[in-house]
Design a protein around this ligand. Sequence first.
Ligand code: CA
Length: 414
Amino acid sequence: MTTPKSAALSNVGKIRSNNQDSGYAGQQLFVVADGMGGHAGGDVASAIAIRRIRETDKHYTSPGDAEFALQSSLIAANQLLAETVFEHQELTGMGTTVSAMLRVGDSMTIAHIGDSRIYLWRDGELSQITADHTFVQRLVDSGRITPEEAAVHPRRSVLMRVLGDVDAAPEIDTAIIGTQPGDRWLICSDGLSSYLAEDRIVKALAAGLDAEQTTQRLVKETLDHGAPDNVTVVVVDVDDSGDSGVEPAVTVGSASAPLTFEGEAGRKSLRLPTILLHPLKVASTPEDSHFEPESDEYLAELIAEDRRRRRRRRVTWLVAVVVAVAALVTGLFLAYQWTQDHYYVGERSGTVVIYKGVQQTLGPISLSEVHEVTDVRVDDLPNYTQQTVEDTINADSLSDARAIVERLADAVDR
Ligand code: CA
């Protein structure tokens, strides 16, 4: 048995009642699909997409041919989802992300929609190849929020583009990227990338494990972190053989379970098999659909909501600043009050005077003023006393300061 060059693994996670993800690793084709949709359908959507797209798992003569075949298969899957919803109204609103790649020699052809991700790990560096089609990514791209804010944004799971029954001509990203021996590709659903920090992902990829062990490690780490979502990973290693495939091909997640509604038998209803396959699903509350169709009005509404949220945050921030400034002003006022209870003896224009306040200054601001001028001349004092007066003498109170002046006057007499 040779080392597997690619592998796929999917897990329902620790919170969800069913697995709406699907994954595929075959001869040349590697795919992850993350389904979503109301009270039914997410698992159906990703399964339908994977089953349609895996028909493109063939050798192609050029990356361009592969790109065309892959993109066409995503559009065909989109059409199939719309037809399925037409026949099974209860599936309305179902959709799925798809991140797929087809290897042709030293090229990877990529087709992508949604927020599953394709990463390339090369020379110890992990690069995200696909862009998330999410609302928060739009905000990041337009400079409204930072990537750090996006990671904790309350609407970070809102998707703007998926395959489904909403858009007959979905916008699919495609790319052809060169690949070389030593490259390791990772495709994953957001159940991995949203919950496992990137350095943990890098560690797993760099651990010297083969593709299959790496998928196991990534899924295990996600489970160790609580795995609130379904998690699916496909790992593909590139060596100099020109082939990264697994034989036989592996399908994981919901696409690996029979969907009996396909063909004549299932035309009647999807309800029964859904209940049989996923008894928990019926009893559980609907998992929220996080797909929001990309209409201008909806986007405007989301942006308005984000603006309101930011305004609220700005008001909170403003209140905090006002409180801090008030505290500072109060503190300064009390400190000033404190200085004004103090006196010291010093000199001004050759005469001994009593100052009210403290010797220190606050930048250009003096914290003392002359309180009483005496008739004692500094020049008349003994030398060492002159120096002491110039250095100033602290007094506990005004009467103490006056007593100090009297003693200085006595020194003149002598
Ligand atoms: Ca997910």
